[in-house]
Design a protein around this ligand. Sequence first.
Ligand code: AMP
Length: 344
Amino acid sequence: MIQSRKTSDYAICTIGSHSALQILKGAKDEDFKTICVCFKGKTQPYLSYKVADEIIEIDTIEEFFKVEKILMQKNAIVIPHGSFVSYLGHERVKKIKMMHYGSKEILEYESDRTKERQWLTKAGLLMPKVFTHPEDIDRPVIVKFHGAKGGLGYFVAKSPDEFYEKMKKFPEHEEDKDYAIQEYILGVPVYIHYFHSKLNNELEIMSFDKRYESNADSIGRIAAKDQLTADINASYTIIGNIPIVVRESLLPDLFKMGENVVKESKKIVNGGLFGPFCLETIIKKDLRIFTFEISARIVAGTNPFIEGSPYTWLRYNEPMSTGRRIAREIKEAIEGGKLEKVLG
Ligand code: AMP
């Protein structure tokens, strides 16, 4: 690893998808060179929005490990995002030799529902009840398939009979038992975007979003009787993200939740969780906050805030996206001779 304390001696790179526009734009704003590793045929956004100084095209994800050597020669630091982690899988992320921002170890916890649950409950978060046996279903549940792309195919059931009936449409999942049955929490979804700085050991809330999901977000557009006629089953395929600002009195609790998650992470992996992460929650009418998932890296819900969010504006007085916040952290680490501290 080079020892230079000049940002311009380094590049920031990621794979062209998910939140790459924001990551690369933020890196440019902080004076880094930027490289986008892109699948052939997917380069247009990165060219059109001029966020990449260089584009390296690949045919398959396996080729990432071939271009890694070139990236290393350019002193590139890779920023993992949702698609990056899902394309490579956490096992292969561990094999990355180039400079990697953030903890690799923690990605294993976010991809294993049991480990994730232990971590978050130890951090004191409320979570939906999990049903291990379909026979025990005694309330509305949401059935999630592992590795489902963006919530496609999830379904809701309220009894063992309904579960088995609906499961018939997914014989492949039934056989592998690769599903999770979670209590369905009635409330509004709120995705909390945190950033924990390893350099000053402080937790920030960057922004919030809710997801725009097909067809869950369109069912309400037709009358209940027509929904029954059309025999609609809700699905949760993510299409985009919508910014939200939360009731201010919730903020103290939301900060506490993030801090507890970071604190607990230090007990499970070396160095703990740092950088951007997201708690995916449903808030009920009695204001109880249920967390159903954690993403231990930047989430696409931060994309509406390339110019910053109301919250980052309060703190920074300049446009500060999560992508730029990452770049700033790396820049400060480089200039302070502490780059190793933010790599994992
Ligand atoms: P996930 O793939 O876990 O992010 O879930 C996809 C979507 O399903 C979320 O954005 C929520 O709208 C919904 N969802 C997930 N888990 C629950 C739950 N336990 N209760 C109610 N809705 C949920």
